[in-house]
Design a protein around this ligand. Structure first.
Ligand code: MOS
Length: 731
């Protein structure tokens, strides 16, 4: 697609493909050690209760059981990304159905399950807080009586059941209502949903005689898990090695510690390696699903459709522990602004404790929920004013040089192109082609998450290249994209590169596979490493070719000079003899994005770095008898900056839309009285391949200033717009 490059921008096969298509790739769920025990977690049966008795003696005496652990076996610490509120095991009070209370390890899974059944727990019920309304009501019972004593990120605005209130204020919305000809007020709700990764959370832990524990895990963030696990084990990170063999999907659900700590505690107590892997039921009652929300949105417009003001409040039901809620509530306010020019804004995101499982992050956290409200309301406004929805958006979208909601200056804004191309492709403005059939549009923007990445790159004596990164491949092909950047810079082929990844002891630090950042950040670290390697290669080659280093260039696996050339292999061998090998360390940290600090409060994410812009368009029918929705066409136009590997970006778009359609049309974790009613994959209805329509991708390229070749984050955005696009088409 893009020219001027040989490897970057080409749809080359991914590096990890052979293992995955032949089945030889080892995922964490496949990983096993000799003598390994099987661990299971005993969980609370009550949403909120005092745990008055816990007796594990009968469980411990079951044949084959080698260890039982409870709160007494873990350090008295609370952990959490934003608020340190979560204990390893409940001891005095349980706060959701599914909260870990104890764990067992046995020689077989059957013996471990028998031990779980033999654990005796007695509860004295406390008044539960079952939903957002109950949590926010005056005089509501507190999910955490002791919330004030928890350690938390200092910027958070906490109060009782609210574990953060993030806010953006711009201008004066009161003035905006006066300037408006019409004011629209709507309320929207969205459901709790699961990320739906195919591989459950899994970990195998083994201790050695020096007191070091190694955990093979399918986490997205090995360095985060290392730090958390060190806290939980009351040790130092240098005693905790996390290795990620392979990850069968994460989508944000595997960011934080999942089962690693249970495996480590059981392995320590039993003296044997222990594997813990979740069931589907555990995934649906006690993982880190996406928060359900309630959204109140009030927007003022002039009669010709110009936005004058917006007030928005989004409430996240984040469950019994803060989880990702405080950060997600912050990001939500950025999405509530929309990619629109609105002079007056008052936007708030609340993360609220309830007695449900604690919620986490899910692919573009807060994006689908906030965007559903914003883009649904844009269509409501368009209908009321008699303006075409495409035209209403065109009158209000941001352009190059405009301000984002917190004052950041927007650049590389490909939004109008995305919107026009998606609308053209779906056959706009003919949006009601037949009875029961309609088309919908939705647009949005998203960030490319920062954080640092380091790589070591080595040129081997045969001229091949090893890329050593602390990032992990979670299925997106992002590390293939990074390797393409490296191959381009070194003048080698993608096939020459081998990737070693995700080991907290042997790979450099990486902020992790999250926030659409991996190809972007690791790719840039690769560029830095390649620059350093080039310097070293040219130094050797200049002597070898008897010329000046500044006459040289890297091309086709050689250093080429005016009078001759030398292979990278030869230079790597020379370096092994005399210089300890041809190796370089490359690092990258995304530069900060300037914004107006006076506009934000309680805000964990006040600017969208290297933002991406996107438009979705759908053409669907609704069966008037059954309500069943059939999607005829689905089009995504996404400004990716530069398409490092078009095929895998299309893969991200197709996967993200499939997940978005699932959230929109069939998925919901249903709670009643604090219990999940549908904790199985028959009643929790994820789309199958038969339910997903063909998805058409249009890759728009407005190169950003920071990413490799202008690339922007691409993984999360496709999940944002499907709810709104589908809702608008149905409406
Ligand atoms: Mo993501 S929700 O940052 O994996």
């Amino acid at each position: 697609m893009s020219t001027g490059t040989r490897v970057a921008g080409q749809s080359l096969p991914r590096i990890d493909a052979p293992g995955k298509v032949t089945g030889s790739a080892v995922y964490a769920a496949d990983f096993a050690l000799p003598g390994m025990l099987y661990g299971k977690v005993f969980r609370s049966a009550e949403p909120h209760a005092r745990l008055v008795r816990l007796d594990t003696t009968r469980a411990a005496s079951i044949p084959g059981v080698r260890a039982v652990v409870t709160a007494a076996d873990a350090a008295d610490v609370r952990y959490g990304a934003a608020v340190k509120d979560e204990p390893v095991f409940a001891s005095d009070v349980v706060r959701y159905v599914g909260q870990p209370v104890a764990a067992v390890a046995a020689v077989t899974l059957e013996a471990a399950e028998a031990a779980l059944a033999a654990i005796e727990a007695q509860y004295e019920p406390l008044p539960p807080v079952l939903d957002l309304a109950a949590a926010l009501a005056p005089g509501a019972p507190l999910v955490h009586e002791g919330w004030r004593d928890y350690t938390a990120i200092p910027i958070l605005q906490r109060d009782g059941n609210v574990c953060n209130r993030a806010r953006i204020v711009v201008g004066d919305v009161e003035r905006g209502w006066v300037e408006a000809d019409h004011v629209f007020e709507q309320r929207f709700t969205t459901a709790m949903v699961h990320q739906g990764y195919t591989e459950p959370r899994a970990a195998v832990a083994a201790w050695d005689s020096s007191g070091q524990v190694t955990v093979w895990s399918n986490t997205q963030l090995p360095f985060d898990v290392q730090a958390t696990l060190a806290d939980i084990l009351a040790t130092v990170p240098s005693k905790v090695r996390i290795i990620v063999p392979g990850v069968g999907g994460g989508f944000g659900g595997k960011l934080r510690i999942g089962v690693e700590h249970f495996a480590a505690l059981l392995a320590r107590k039993s003296g044997r390696p222990v594997k813990v892997m979740t069931t589907s039921e555990e995934e649906l009652v006690a993982a880190y699903p996406r928060q359900g929300t309630v959204i109140e949105l009030k927007t003022g417009v002039t009669r010709d459709g110009r936005l004058t003001a917006r007030q928005g409040r989004i409430y996240f039901d984040t469950g019994a522990f803060a989880g990702s809620g405080p950060g997600v509530a912050s990001v939500a306010t950025m999405v509530l602004a929309g990619p629109y020019r609105t002079p007056n804004l008052h936007l708030e995101g609340y993360a609220v404790y309830t007695n449900k499982t604690n919620c986490g992050s899910y692919r573009a956290p807060s994006g689908p929920q906030s965007n559903f409200a914003v883009e649904s309301q844009m269509d409501i406004i368009a209908d009321a004013l008699g303006i075409d929805p495409l035209e209403l958006r065109l009158r209000n979208i941001v352009h190059e040089g405009d301000e984002g909601p917190t004052g950041q200056v927007l650049s590389a804004v490909g939004l109008e192109e995305c919107l026009r191309r998606a609308a053209d492709a779906i056959g706009w403005p003919d949006r009601r082609p037949a009875p029961g059939r309609g088309k919908g549009l939705a647009i949005g923007w998203w960030t490319t998450t920062g954080g640092s990445s380091g790589v070591y790159v080595k040129i081997n004596p045969d001229g091949s290249v090893t890329l050593n990164t602390g990032a992990v491949e979670i299925g997106t092909a992002a590390l293939t994209g990074a390797a393409q950047v490296l191959a381009e810079a070194l003048g080698v082929d993608l096939a020459d590169i081998t990737v070693i990844s995700g080991d907290t002891f042997s790979t450099p630090f990486d902020f992790g596979a999250q926030g659409s950042r991996t190809a972007f950040a690791v790719g840039n670290a690769c560029r830095a490493a390649a620059a350093e390697l080039q310097r070293k290669l040219f130094e050797l080659a200049a002597a070898h070719l008897k010329t000046d280093a500044d006459t040289l260039e890297l091309r086709d696996k050689h250093v080429v000079g005016p009078g001759g050339r030398v292979t990278l292999a030869e230079l790597a061998r020379q370096s092994q003899v005399a210089g300890g090998g041809m190796i370089a360390h490359g690092t990258f940290i995304a530069p900060g994005t300037a914004y107006d600090t006076k506009r934000v409060e309680g805000h964990a994410y006040p600017a969208f770095h290297s933002p991406s812009f996107h438009a979705h368009a759908v053409d669907l029918s609704v069966d008037a008898e059954t309500g069943e929705v059939t999607i005829h066409r689905y089009v995504v136009a996404q400004d990716v900056g530069f398409a490092l590997n078009p095929t895998y970006i299309e893969g991200q778009i197709e996967g993200g839309v499939a997940q978005g359609l699932g959230q929109t049309l069939s998925e919901e974790i249903v709670y009643r009285d604090g219990r999940v009613l549908n904790a199985n994959l028959t009643d929790y209805k994820m789309p199958t391949t038969l339910d997903v329509p063909r998805i058409e991708s249009i890759l728009v390229e407005h190169p950003g200033r920071v990413g490799p070749f202008g690339a922007k984050g691409v993984g999360e955005p496709p999940n944002i717009e499907p709810p709104a696009a589908v809702a608008n088409a149905i409406a």
